[in-house]
Design a protein around this ligand. Sequence first.
Ligand code: ADP
Ligand code: MG
Ligand code: MG
Length: 210
Amino acid sequence: KTDRQREAVFAAIENVAARLAEAKPYLTELDSAIGDADHGSNMDRGFETVVEKIEEERDSDIDDIIKAVGVALISEVGGAAGPLYGGSIMHASDQLSEGLTPESTVAFGEAYLEKLTDRGGASVGDKTMVDAVTPAVHTYKKSIENDDLPAQEALAKAVDAARRGVEFTVPLRANKGRASYLGWRSVGHKDPGAASTLLILEAILESAED
Ligand code: ADP
Ligand code: MG
Ligand code: MG
């Protein structure tokens, strides 16, 4: 079982890296509008490094593989998003010590969101990745705990919630990060970090479906 989960985790991470590589021009465009145009290259380079680094974790437990993802992102990606993604993944990886279960993945999501908001100090409505992560985590938890959906269906619901979260950032004025320097001029654009969060969730769902 562990072997199968490990293979699934590697496949998902590789798919995330491939999707982010494809989306590099898109994320660059989003970050050009309200930032410094590096979010596409930050995420692409970050996950390229992740894919290299996790080769050393071929026989590791799931939590250690995920921890290595976080460490690689922190070490490779500067700026705001690298430490926020990396630190939150690293912190939340502890929840996966028993492997992937509906309960452990809910706990992972909650720990990820907690660390993200602790570190970055952003709340829903500040036009950051928090606007995609929050509805995704809450929807995933509710789908598992209240609606008893299988994990994959819960994840599909979470992806839909994240997609609405990304759209929700468009009319907002940014209150955190570089985009906040623009004040009202940040209105009318998607937040790049919310968009990359959605891409990552879509890639994980896509590999869970095959
Ligand atoms: P930088 O802004 O340093 O160039 P990136 O372009 O890689 O870093 O990432 C920008 C993204 O980081 C933003 O679109 C936003 O989603 C996210 N972000 C920035 N500051 C914060 C924060 N304090 N809390 C949560 N997310 C943040
Ligand atoms: Mg940037
Ligand atoms: Mg930057």
